[in-house]
Design a protein around this ligand. Sequence first.
Ligand code: BES
Ligand code: MN
Ligand code: ZN
Length: 489
Amino acid sequence: MLNNLEIKLKKGKINFDGILLFLCKECEAHLQMDVLPKQAAATLQAYLTKNREFFKVGKIANLTYVEGKNLQQIFVVGCGEGKECTSQNFRKNAGEVARFIQKQGVKNILLYAPILNNPVRGKHLQAIVEGMYLGVYDFSEFKTALKKKDVITFNIQTTIKDAADIIKKATIIAESVCFARNLINRPGNVVYPEIMANFAKQVAKENKLKIEILDEKKLLAKKMNAICAVGQGSVHKPRMIVLKYNGNGKAPYTAYVGKGITFDSGGISIKPTDGMGEMKDDMSGAADVLATIRAVAQLKLKVNLLVVLACAENMPGGNAQRPGDIVKAANGKTIEVITTDAEGRMVLADAVWYACELGATKVVDIATLTGAAIIALGRETAAIVANNDELAQKVIDAGKAVGESYWQLPTFEEYHELIKSPVADLKNSGGRSGGTITGGLFIGEFIKKGVQWVHLDIGGTSFVDRTHGFKPQGGSAFGVMTLIKLGEN
Ligand code: BES
Ligand code: MN
Ligand code: ZN
C-alpha cells in the first residue's frame, strides 16, 4: 500500500463498487463486455454509442448504473487513438483518474483495460500502476488536523503473465519517487545536511549498501574546499555522502551525483524574497540519487552504482563566503566566486571529482542548477550538458520510456571562454546569457579525463506549480524514474 492506494491482481470473484476502464479508440474492438456485470455493460455500451469522443486523451467520464439496491460507478478514461496509446499517456491518465476517484467515495474498484489482455503490454501495466500511486501522492505530514483517508483498492484484471512482478516493480519505483518527494517537500528547518545523512544511513541499512559520510573535518582533510566554502555561512555544516551498490561483480561503477543544497538563500548574494521558500527544493538532485539507489537495490539490478550526495546549506552570515573570494577545489583548480548564489556548481565540483576518485567511469550529475533552465525549456523538460553524446542519448531514451523529457544543449568552445577568470582558473558565473550551458560546463571542469559525463539541470522540472497527470503540486522528484531506467538499460 502506498498513499492510501492498494493495487492488486484480481483473483476470482470480487465485490466492487466501481469500475475503472482505460480505453483507446482501437481498444474498443477488444472490449470484453462479459467481464462486466450486465447493467454495467449496457450502461457502457449506451455511452460509447452516443459519445464518439470518449477516447480523447485524458478525458474522464463518470457513469452510474443501478445494481440491486446500489448505485454503482463506472469511470472511463480516454487513452487516445493510434500513436497516442503510449505508456506515457497511460501514466499521466492513471494519475489524473486516481485523484478523481479518490474524491468519489468508492473503495473497491475493478480495473479493466483491453490493452491489459495483450500479453506484450507489460509496459502499459507498469505505467498505470506507477501513475496511480504517484498521482495521489500528497505531502501532509505537517497538517495536524487531517482526517485519515480511506484506503481505495484497485483490482486489476489482466492476462499479462508476469503481471504480479510488474506490479511489484512499479510499486518499488513509485515508493522510491515518493521517498524523494517527501525529502524535497520537507522544509529547510527540518532537512539539513546532517539529516540528509541520517536518511542515507537508513536507506543503506535497509538495503545493505555501503555508506561513507564525510563531515566538514573529513572534507577539509581531502581538500574539498569548494563544498566547505558554500556551507561555511550556515550553522548546519556540509556533508558529502556516498552509497555503493554492487550488483555486477568487478565491472566499473557508474556514479549518480546529486546537488544537495538543503536551502538556498543565495548566501551573501542573497535572493529576492519572492518565492525564496521554493529553494527548500534545492536538494532535489541529492534526494533523487538517494531514491534511485534505493530502487536499484530493491529491484536487484545487475549494475554497479555509486551515488554521491553533495549537501550544504547556503546562508549569509559572519563566516559566509563572499563575492570575490578565491577557493581551491579538491582537483586543484581555483574558483573565483562571482556570486555566492552560484553555489550548486561549487558543491558539485568537489562531488564529481570525488566520484571520479572512487573509480567511476561514467558520471551523471543531477541538479537544480539554474533558473535559466526554466527560461530555456520551461517546466516539463530538463536540460542536458554533456561531454559524451552517446551517454546523453541514453539518458534521453531512458527518459522517453518513463515520461520524463530532456533536451541537450550545445557546448561550443565559445561557451568555455565565459567561465574563465582573470584572477583564478575559473569563475563560478558566466553571467546571464547561456546560463544553463556555462553552469553545466563549469561542473565538467572537475571530471577526470576519459570519464563520460552527463549533467542534468532540473531547475525547471524539480518543482510542480500546478497539479497535473502523475505530478501533484510540489517537489516532483523528476529524474528518479529516468535514472532507474538508465540503470536497467
Ligand atoms: N538553485 C538555484 C537555481 C534555481 C533558481 C532553480 C530558481 C530553480 C528556480 C541556483 O543555485 C542559483 O541560484 N542559480 C543562479 C546562478 C547564477 C547566479 C549564475 C541562477 O539561476 O540565477
Ligand atoms: Mn543559488
Ligand atoms: Zn541553488
